[in-house]
Design a protein around this ligand. Structure first.
Ligand code: IPE
Ligand code: IPE
Ligand code: MG
Length: 240
């Protein structure tokens, strides 16, 4: 029996704790996956897209409310132009090939980050995908594109200042993630132990999990095991 069947589509429970509602993943290790196989990096990114597919399906079936995926950082523009354009091509292809399945599965798409800098054709595709899934009520698939926490917090602080006081609450209300459930679990693949400018504000009390698996090898079993590990942890939020 799958975990989704076992839990009736609700977040996995066990050990007295609840499963996470909002999981975020730093999808890292595509390049190393390819390098180990003497393949071009872009093939690693292609296999990374397949891992995205598997993980979104699994996340929805496991009853997550939100799954946030770090797809392109504000720093990733530093990569060679051919890699950046390959990533943009994969993004377009992914939306075109997978949007209907996600839409049918009641998944709602959301984008965080400053997408205003993207090419008009990509922006149009993103807009179309957002509109196509806007009425859906299932898991929110959040894709972080040209996302950086520092940029997000600066934008939020500017918006808060324009309205009045700058406090933790007024900044939080202007973050790209303001309408999402609090971040419960942050996963990074590839063995690197850093945030790389991802959800730094939101991670204040998130549980973190750094896995040695490279992103193209990630799948349902890893997500299920991560959720099980989350459930075993004791969260205190500064209290006792
Ligand atoms: C993550 O894989 C994908 C993106 C950053 C878009 P990498 O391309 O960073 O893979 P490594 O870290 O070089 O192995
Ligand atoms: C973080 O991975 C960004 C994404 C996964 C999109 P990077 O590979 O860009 O991070 P660093 O450079 O190793 O810190
Ligand atoms: Mg990397």
């Amino acid at each position: 029996m799958s975990a989704a069947a076992a839990t009736g589509g609700k977040p996995a429970k066990g050990g007295g704790g609840h499963g996470p509602r909002h999981v975020a993943i730093i999808m890292d290790g595509n390049g190393r996956w390819a390098k180990r196989r003497h393949l071009p990096r872009v093939l690693g990114h292609q296999r990374g897209v397949e891992a995205v597919r598997r993980t979104v399906r699994a996340g929805a079936e496991l009853g997550l409310s939100a799954l946030t995926l770090y797809a392109f950082s504000t720093e990733n523009w530093r990569r060679p132009e051919d890699e950046v354009s390959a990533l943009m091509g994969l993004l377009k292809h992914f939306i075109l090939s997978d949007l209907e399945e996600f839409a049918r599965n009641n998944i709602r798409l959301k984008v965080i980050g400053d997408v205003s800098v993207f090419a008009p054709d990509i922006l149009a595709l993103i807009d179309h995908a957002l509109q196509r899934t806007a009425g859906n009520t299932g898991m929110i698939m959040v894709v972080a594109l040209n996302y950086g926490s520092q940029d997000e917090i600066a934008r939020a602080a500017r918006a808060a200042a324009a309205k009045g006081d700058i406090t933790a609450e007024t900044i939080a209300a202007e973050l790209d993630t303001a309408d999402l459930p609090p971040l419960d679990l942050l996963i990074r693949t590839s063995g690197e132990v850093r945030l790389s400018n991802f959800l730094m504000w939101q991670a204040a009390y998130a549980e973190m999990l750094f896995l040695d698996v490279l992103w193209p090898d990630f799948g349902r079993d890893h997500l299920e095991e991560a959720i099980a590990e989350f459930v075993r942890r004791e969260r205190r939020f500064g209290g006792r």
